[in-house]
Design a protein around this ligand. Structure first.
Ligand code: GUN
Ligand code: FE
Length: 437
């Protein structure tokens, strides 16, 4: 067995600061060593201690001005929207009609789907994202292409074929039956194959008939460990429309609830305008919110009240929501999350932000037994962050010695340039070119 040891500063989350307090929420080794064997973390600790017990045959790699942490986890993103990111001027419903649907139409071509899936996954790697929960398009082949590319890179990904049978152009519609059969086929082919996992993916309530949402519920009943991903209460006009389309339901969340779509593996993107009773129902069913800061700002959707969701005991992960979101970088996403909380007089501590982007994301996706931090036994998805990524960051770092401040600076100023290397199950899958520094 090849054993590799990585020596640098190491920081990782151990628990939610809201639950255990800041001090118990992390481990930090100023001079630490992370040891990887067979794609898993086999040891971690202060360098002097780990060196003393390191197998003689281990390869030791040293890093200067670097910080090792767990890979980032993006709980909501659309791979087919990669090439339409930053489309000008509209809010959700017009943005979908004018930009998104035509772009997704291109995925009828499997060659296009493969090319974009490949670019997308490489872009995640260069931004330090090692796991994501991902929308395909309505085309079964888009998800086939995605899983094929993800499996090639051995990345732990959750993805699904969009189900949509109304309120979109004809070329993007499926039917309740075809969406059921296609989803089932993809589950059989890909769920738990290598590191791949499947999510049943009705786009959002307005683009599915009751019959189709019923089929989504049926899939969840037939496969008790697949996921569910959709959108919820993102935009005020959208919410009004859902109430018109489903007049018999108590509200937006109740549409999903009625068809059995809530639960601990159900991830709802946005949820920025939930009513009190909806928060309570999310909590009762242990359903998850994906907080998508750059998207909520870019599409003018609204501001998520993070502490309010936590007071309801709702699990929250962070999402980029590319192409409604404007960056693949979880560092950029954290920086916008911080500002959204500031606008509501809340603080987002850098250790809390680190938790949300790593272990909290893993908990949101019920994967915290496998990924999310550098605990011994976990899959070795980790990053080498560059604390001197740019001249400005380097200058600012030299002006502070506190770990929290350094972490905060990296979060406010960092982007893909701060990711020196990305490791997937112990294999380096990305290394930044020195020239780009
Ligand atoms: N609601 C329904 N579809 C979408 C989408 O593609 N992006 C976002 N942000 N919201 C949606
Ligand atoms: Fe989305």
């Amino acid at each position: 067995t090849q054993v590799t040891a990585y020596r640098a500063a190491i920081l990782h989350s151990l628990a939610d600061p809201a639950q255990v307090g800041l001090d118990a929420s992390y481990d930090y080794y100023e001079d630490g060593i992370l040891v990887v064997a067979d794609g898993h973390i086999s040891d971690i600790g202060p360098a002097d201690q780990v060196l003393a017990r390191l197998p003689a045959a281990a390869e030791l790699l040293n890093f200067e001005h670097k910080l090792i942490t767990a890979g980032f986890i993006d709980t909501h993103i659309h791979f087919p929207q990669t090439e339409m990111i930053a489309s000008y001027g509209e809010q959700l419903l017009d943005w979908l009609n004018n930009y998104t649907f035509p772009e997704e139409g291109k995925f009828a071509d499997p060659v296009h789907a493969k090319r974009v899936a490949s670019f997308f996954l490489d872009e995640l790697l260069r931004n330090g994202t090692t796991t994501a929960m991902v929308f395909g398009t309505v085309h079964k082949a888009s998800v086939e292409a995605f899983f094929t590319e993800s499996d090639k890179r051995n990345m732990r990904m959750i993805a699904g074929k969009v189900m949509m049978d109304r309120n979109a152009p004809d070329y993007l519609l499926d039917t309740p039956e075809s969406s059921y059969i296609d989803s089932k086929d993809l589950i059989e082919r890909w769920h738990k194959k290598g590191r791949q996992l499947y999510a049943v993916t009705p786009r959002f309530a307005p683009t599915s008939t009751a019959e189709q949402l019923d089929m989504a519920g049926r899939l969840l009943q037939e496969y008790d460990d697949v996921y569910l991903q959709t959108h919820l209460s993102e935009n005020k006009q959208e919410i009004t429309w859902v109430k018109e389309l489903f007049p018999d339901r108590a509200g937006y969340l109740d549409v999903y609830d009625h068809f059995g779509l809530l639960g601990e593996r159900s991830v709802f993107a946005h949820a920025v305008h939930l009513e009190q009773a909806e928060c309570e129902r999310m909590s009762e069913t242990d359903s998850v919110i994906s907080f998508c800061p750059t998207s909520n700002l870019f599409l003018g959707s609204g501001l998520l009240d993070l502490p309010a969701m936590e007071n309801h005991n709702i699990r929250v992960g962070l999402g980029t929501d590319v192409g409604g979101g404007t960056s693949f970088s979880m560092l950029r996403t954290i920086s916008e999350a911080y500002k959204i909380q500031q606008l509501q007089q809340h603080k987002l501590h850098p250790l809390k932000a680190l938790y949300l982007a790593t272990l909290g994301g893993a908990r949101a996706l019920s994967l915290d037994d496998k990924i999310g931090n550098l605990a011994i036994g976990k899959e070795a998805d980790f990053l080498i962050l560059d604390l001197h990524a740019t001249p400005l960051i380097q200058t600012r770092m030299n002006n502070t010695h506190s770990l929290f401040e350094q972490l905060f600076v990296l979060m406010m100023l960092g982007d893909d340039r701060a990711i020196a290397e990305t490791y997937i199950a112990g294999q380096r899958q990305y290394q930044r070119e020195q020239a780009s520094k």
